[in-house]
Design a protein around this ligand. Structure first.
Ligand SMILES: [Zn+2]
Ligand SMILES: [Zn+2]
Length: 118
């Protein structure tokens, strides 16, 4: 275990594979939604991160939390939508398969960004 952390070099949101060691200094502070989402604090720099497993990308998703005292009300949906569009390289030419939805789906996914994050 080192005395430095990578937090300052990480983006605000990113997918994390199971072997990632970037978070060796994290301690969990709280969970919500039955443990689906949890908030962690870095012992080195004091930044807060939310970790959640997200089956759309089949990995854990880390999001930096700048206001940890408001985390219980924090809704990550819009940031996840942006991340999903960017990480998929944009939209495909197919329509979302959600009934009645007229939006284009994300490339490689059958749903639009909104329905993929529902
Ligand atoms: Zn840190
Ligand atoms: Zn849709």
């Amino acid at each position: 275990m080192s005395n430095t952390c990578n937090c300052a070099h990480l983006p605000e949101i990113f997918g994390l594979d199971e072997t990632a060691s970037v978070f060796e200094h994290l301690e969990m502070l709280a969970e919500k939604e039955g443990g689906v989402r949890s908030i962690h604090r870095c012992r080195v720099c004091g930044r807060h991160w939310q970790l959640a497993y997200w089956d759309i990308i089949n990995r854990r998703l880390a999001i930096r939390i700048d206001q940890p005292q408001e985390w219980s009300d924090f809704d990550d949906k819009s940031i996840r939508m942006t991340f999903l569009v960017n990480s998929r390289g944009g939209l495909s030419e197919e329509k979302c398969t959600w009934p009645e939805c007229k939006s284009f789906s994300l490339s490689g996914i059958l749903y639009c960004a909104f329905h993929a994050t529902e």
